[in-house]
Design a protein around this ligand. Structure first.
Ligand code: G1P
Ligand code: ZN
Length: 543
């Protein structure tokens, strides 16, 4: 068994973004690219010697080969043990759970989340810390600086390890424990939710469609929904993970999960529909003829949390990313608990969860989760909804109407302009940034700006300050506009425009969001000149 030291030199651009390092698969497959980054993870976290890690991924193209590289490099750097999902598969929340449950030093997740997969699409790698959550910024900064000075990496020169069967194996001096990816996760879910009530719901004829989008949650959803909870076979569709997600875009929103949306809007729609993304941390919730925005979903979960055994004693607090709508804040106010506003990205929830300040967290980008793990969790959100519906036995549409009547409706939409010219996108942002101090009082289309600033976050637990987290504008009619550039794209820049307006009048709670938001959409265009600057006449994706 040869432990090789391979000479290498820094490769530019290995700076982790909102969620780990994401690049085109072909970039990751370049010589030394993955190896440099993995060595930088070890170097940036005090070395791998004696450490225990969790390893798994979403099954996309190159997942299997990358996992073998990570194993050979962990063994060469004298890690003690790696717990790896069978066939190198683990959903992101399942990996987070294993890190916590097994008390490991961290974990490596191979995923580009909801981005398409395949030789011409995207790949990604992310390091999670011992709390099970995405590495906080000080760690990602250290990893990045290691990538800039790296001169060599260690790797064993051995054949691939067989990961097809659970069991204990040796690679050099390192132990490899291949585990069933689903079982520990399924047990955790059973401990959180009222499975008997959900079983009774399905037994009563309640129908559901879960679209796994050819991604990693297929096996989890089949095992939990169909086997443990008795949903009829066929409830879970597109359940076999595929290296290129069958050519699709594994992002659970009305655009990419259109087949499910069409079924749910039809006359014979099931009672409940849901979908999850590439690595199983996102969720989409849809009732019969009733799409639930992620911001609203978070608010409904918070308002009904006491129906779930794990949260029966109430929530300690809630947290949402800044661009997420304030719907959950209104519930928090009613419950008399804190609502925290954090920068975009799950890593910012970690301290609030670890410190017991927040129990539920969510983002407008289809991410919802709680203190049960340190990642957002797609299937958990679906089970939370099922638990609520099992207890109150009302259609989703009635749940939403009731919620809006009680709390008001935060009309919400996000407009994305994808693969925009980077220079143009940055010019748009910096042009607005300079004007921020002078914008209050200015009229934009029909609305007048009342506040304009750039979001910065002071972490209340460790005092870390994070700046440059999105431009925020308030208007005289109560509407809010946020603009930021995506930190997960792999091509050009993605401009995200977040639009929100609260409505409390009972006769105006059921409008089309794009119409309810028309005034702020026009104000955004007047303010930022998006069409002119991006050369686009409409957003690529509206959610
Ligand atoms: C996007 C979402 C963000 C989420 C992240 C990882 O990041 O907007 O909420 O945490 O993906 O799933 P962005 O591309 O906006 O930086
Ligand atoms: Zn994801």
């Amino acid at each position: 068994m040869m432990n090789h030291k391979v000479d290498t030199s820094p490769i530019t651009g290995q700076k982790p973004g909102t969620s780990g390092l994401r690049k085109k698969t072909s970039v990751f497959m370049q010589e030394h690219y993955l190896e440099n980054f993995v060595q930088a993870i070890w170097n940036g976290t005090g070395g791998a010697a004696g450490k225990t890690y969790v390893l798994g991924g979403d099954g996309r193209f190159f997942n299997d080969k990358a996992a073998q590289v990570v194993l050979r490099m962990a063994a060469a750097s004298r890690a003690q043990r790696v717990i790896v999902g069978q066939n190198a598969l683990l959903s992101t929340p399942a990996a987070s759970n294993l890190i916590r449950k097994r008390g490991t030093d961290g974990g490596i997740i191979l995923s580009a989340s909801h981005n398409p997969g395949g030789p011409d699409e995207d790949f990604g790698i992310k390091f999670n810390a011992a709390n099970g959550g995405p590495a906080p910024e000080d760690i990602t900064t250290r990893i990045y600086s290691e990538t800039q000075t790296i001169s060599g990496y260690h790797i064993l020169n051995t054949p691939d390890v067989d990961l097809t069967t659970p069991g204990i194996f040796q690679l050099g001096d390192m132990t490899i424990e291949v585990v069933d990816p689903v079982s520990a996760y399924g047990e955790m879910m059973e401990g959180l939710f009222d499975f008997d009530a959900i079983r009774a719901l399905f037994a009563s004829g309640f129908t559901m469609r879960f679209d796994a989008m050819h991604a990693v949650t297929g096996p989890y959803a089949k095992a939990i929904l169909e086997k443990q909870l008795g949903a009829p076979a066929g409830t879970v569709i597109n359940a076999t993970p595929s290296p290129d997600f069958a050519g699709g875009h594994p992002d659970p929103n009305p655009i990419w999960a259109k087949t499910l949306m069409d079924e749910m809007m039809g006359l014979d729609a099931p009672d409940f529909g849901a979908a999850s993304d590439g690595d199983g941390d996102r969720n989409m919730i849809v009732g019969r003829q009733c799409y639930v925005t992620p911001s609203d979903s978070l608010a409904v979960l918070a308002a009904n949390a006491r129906l779930v055994p794990a949260y029966a004693d109430g929530l300690r607090g809630v947290a949402r990313s800044m661009p997420t709508s304030a719907a959950v804040d209104r519930v928090a106010q009613h419950l008399n608990i804190n609502s925290f506003e954090t920068p975009t990205g799950w890593k910012y929830f970690g301290n609030l969860l670890d410190d017991g300040r927040a129990t539920l967290c969510g983002e407008e980008s289809a991410g919802t989760g709680s203190d049960h793990v340190r990642e957002k969790d797609g299937l958990w959100a679906v089970l939370f909804w099922l638990n609520i519906l099992a207890k109150i036995r009302k259609p989703v549409a009635d749940v939403m109407s009731g919620h809006w009547t009680q709390f008001g409706r935060n009309y919400y939409s996000r407009h994305d302009y994808e693969a925009v010219d980077t220079v143009a996108a940055e010019a748009l942002m910096s042009g607005l940034r300079i004007q921020l101090p002078d914008l209050a009082g200015k009229k934009m289309a029909e609305l007048t700006i009342t506040t304009a600033d750039e979001f910065a976050y002071n972490d209340p637990v460790d005092g870390t300050r994070t700046e440059g987290q999105g431009l925020r504008f308030g208007f005289d009619n109560g509407a809010r506009l946020v603009l930021r550039l995506s930190g997960t794209g792999t091509e050009g820049a993605t401009l995200r425009v977040y639009l929100e307006q609260l409505e409390t009048a009972s006769n105006r709670l059921h409008h089309d969001p794009q119409i309810a938001l028309a005034a702020v959409i026009a104000a955004a265009e007047a303010l930022a000149g998006i069409r002119h600057r991006t050369g686009r006449d409409r957003p690529d994706v509206i959610t």
